[in-house]
Design a protein around this ligand. Structure first.
Ligand code: ATP
Ligand code: MG
Length: 701
């Protein structure tokens, strides 16, 4: 078990007695420690099903499961490898009854939450609803309920939000639904308020391992603390310099609290970086340098100096994307990288992906966008998922509303509104209301008839999905259902562009395949809740869907270039990385106000701006440290601001990287420009000659 581990890593892997914190910089093998420690624990006699490893994303979980499998074989399947949220789902499905939750409660996605908030706030616009959503989420992450939020509200607007939150929570309870924050908050409540549940889980958890510990928030920390109890059998690994989720309530206080809450804590530091060349590591260390240090640490690499970090400047985004594509092609041509999957293009915000997608397409380079709009965020997939949610939980009103109108089946909004009023009057869910014997008094007979027909159809589907097992049967079932509801036509009717409709339909078919593979036990689910090679009913497969935010397991082996946000790139590595949009105002993101967008006031920066700048710097550090062999950083001389194009500067981080030799890559376009100018001149000359000739000719007649 100690092969491929340095001394400090071995120490962390072999320390099984009590709480252990591994605190170390990027690429120093923290995640490797976690995977190896799973093996070590099993070797030491712990039952695999008493080990839980918590990762930050489903994708990271899938990857760790894969690594653990190679390392320890069959036993790895018993280990619970999942995100905090997936663990929360598991706890609530098992023990949520103590909080009044049915085991088949629904998990709302962000769209559902917005629409419930719109309604709870008295039909406001989406923008306001999203602001509420943001604020409520933060409060929930701080562990505040609606009453506590109202008590601490600083102004009227916060008070209003807190009151909306109260109505929102009532609705969630009525719908038997939870939102993403509840997946952490409710398990905490469960552990705090129900000693028997807490003891059960503490017994169950032999050892808990947590990756990316620096990005846990206060609530997650409390859950962890209660799960491991006083004995504190856990291993947390993290890097304070990579804390990039402050905006979502993550707090470094969790790092500071560990040694206080667990005085027996063993702290281990790792200093050797095994990922990047010295040139890349130096740039990373220089960028993170100015940030205050929680724990001092130095990183070194023995991989040699390597290629210098390159700076690429471009006129605008389109030009930048062309240059990045040219770089990928030239690295491949030089034989430095051979597989497409060796390359990643990383940017700050989702919307930056589009231009790069276009350029890659034009060059016929295969790619995937990760961390952006995931497969499950696409409207067509959500439509189908709404039906599944309704099967699982008839009281899921948002799902009901989506399914009943997708496709439209002659049930209009007036009917739905009346049904809604009726349902709230009798405290019923929409689906329950539909079958109520007194509905006839409130709605016209025709409307009641259509509603009944819909209700019966849903019940019938649910019954059949429960009894459909295996891949083939599931695929046939789904295709028949899609035909029944005429979904393909619905897509074409709703879309102006046929091409777009066709691509949506392809997604739907792909989704059907994927669902059926799951039912056939061909792939594990990313929630880590099931064991591969076990046949499942289609209904069971549908149950795990709401939690999945990526189809990442399928993407893993694809030999394609990765486009990703910096946030989603955390923990990952590629031989060749291109950090794009490293332009002041984008990274660091606009820090100050419009008059002083960079926040570079003459005087000292305000505390708020300083903290934001520090988080931006950590984000840049995360980006740089994803690169193994080569790194290019690009910026644009002009950038979009709203609809306008404005002049822009290279990010201050480029200067901070303090590259000895600023190796700016030569732009082949300059050469082309000169050639074109020469050509143009010739063309002008010949035009002038032609004109002269013509004039001579007329003059001569
Ligand atoms: P991050 O902070 O980015 O999450 P990390 O600290 O988790 O990084 P890992 O991803 O575990 O680092 O390791 C980085 C790379 O170094 C991986 O490719 C890993 O396989 C390799 N590695 C880790 N430890 C060793 C070692 N002792 N010997 C050789 N390679 C190692
Ligand atoms: Mg890691």
């Amino acid at each position: 078990m100690s092969a491929g581990l340095n001394y400090a890593q071995q120490e962390a892997v072999n320390y099984l007695q009590g709480p252990c914190l591994v605190l170390a910089g990027a690429g120093s093998g923290k995640t490797r420690v976690i995977t190896r420690k799973i093996g070590r624990l099993i070797q030491a006699g712990m039952d695999a099903n008493r080990i839980a490893a918590i990762t930050f994303t489903n994708k990271a979980a899938a990857e760790m499961r894969e690594r653990a499998k190679t390392l320890i074989g069959r036993d790895a399947k018993q280990v619970l490898v999942c995100t905090f949220h997936a663990l929360g789902v598991r706890m609530l499905r098992q023990d949520g009854a103590a909080l009044g939750l049915k085991p088949q409660f629904s998990i709302l996605d962000s769209d559902d939450v917005t629409s419930i908030l719109k309604d709870a706030g008295g039909s406001t616009d989406s923008a306001t609803a999203r602001q509420w959503q943001w604020a409520i989420s933060l409060w929930k992450n701080m562990g505040l309920n609606a009453a506590q939020a109202e008590a601490q509200a600083k102004d009227d607007s916060e008070k209003v939000t807190a009151r909306v939150m109260a109505r929102y929570e009532e609705r969630l309870a009525a719908y038997q639904s939870v939102d993403f924050d509840d997946l952490i908050g409710l398990p905490l409540k469960l552990l705090q308020q129900h000693p028997e549940v807490r003891e059960k889980w503490q017994q169950q958890m032999g050892h808990v391992l947590v990756d990316e510990y620096q990005d846990t928030n206060a609530t997650q920390y409390e859950v962890l603390k209660l799960l491991v109890g006083e004995r504190g059998r856990f291993t947390a690994v993290g890097d304070d310099d990579q804390s990039i989720y402050g905006w979502r309530g993550a707090t470094l206080d969790n790092l500071k609290r560990l040694p206080v809450d667990f005085p027996q804590l063993k702290v281990i530091k790792l200093e050797q970086n095994y990922r990047s060349t010295s040139a890349i590591l130096r740039a990373a260390n220089n960028v993170i340098g100015p940030n205050p240090k929680l724990f001092p640490k130095t990183l070194f690499s023995e991989l040699g100096e390597g290629e210098p970090v390159r700076i690429v400047d471009a006129d605008n985004e389109e030009h930048e994307s062309e240059r990045v594509v040219a770089r990928i092609q030239s690295i491949r041509a030089n034989g430095m990288g051979k597989d497409w999957k060796d390359f990643a293009v990383l940017y700050r915000a989702n919307h930056q992906a589009r231009v790069f997608e276009q350029a890659l397409r034009k060059a016929q380079i295969p790619y995937k966008v990760s961390g952006g709009q995931s497969f499950f965020d696409r409207a067509e997939i959500k439509d189908l998922c709404a039906w599944f949610r309704l099967w699982i939980n008839n009281d899921d009103d948002p799902a009901f509303l989506r399914a009943v109108t997708t496709p439209k089946r002659g049930i209009g909004h007036t009917t739905l509104q009346n049904l809604g009023t009726f349902a709230s009057k009798y405290k019923l869910s929409l689906f329950e209301a539909l079958f109520s014997s007194s509905l006839g008094a409130a709605l016209p007979a025709k409307a009641v008839g259509s509603l009944h027909e819909f209700g019966r159809y849903v019940n019938d589907l649910e019954f059949r999905a429960r009894h459909t097992h295996g891949a083939e049967a599931s695929r046939a079932f789904m295709l028949e259902w899609l035909k029944d509801i005429d979904y393909e036509k619905h897509l074409y009717d709703g879309e102006d562009s046929e091409k777009l409709a066709a691509s949506r339909w392809t997604n739907v078919l792909e989704f059907c395949d994927w669902m059926s593979q799951r039912a056939g036990g061909e792939i594990e689910d990313a929630a880590g809740a099931s064991i591969a090679s076990e046949k499942k009913s289609l209904l069971e497969v549908a149950q795990t869907i709401a939690l999945l935010s990526t189809i990442s397991e399928r993407e893993q082996d694809q030999n394609v270039v990765t486009l990703s946000t910096l946030h989603a790139a955390k923990g990952l590595e590629w031989p060749h990385v291109m950090l794009v949009g490293v332009t002041e105002g984008l990274l660091p993101f606009k820090l100050g106000d419009d008059d002083n967008p960079t926040g570079r006031a003459d005087g000292p920066m305000s505390e708020g701006i300083l903290q934001r700048l520090q988080e931006e710097r950590r984000l840049m550090y995360v980006g740089i440290t994803r690169a193994q062999r080569s790194l290019a950083v690009s910026w644009t001389k002009r950038r979009k601001k709203g609809r306008e194009m404005i002049a822009a500067q290279p990010s201050r981080f480029i200067a901070e990287m303090a590259l000895e030799k600023l190796t700016t890559v030569e732009d082949p376009r300059e050469k082309l420009k000169a050639l074109r100018a020469e050509f143009a001149k010739k063309a002008v000359d010949s035009a002038a000659a032609a004109a002269a000739l013509a004039a001579a000719a007329t003059g001569g007649s």
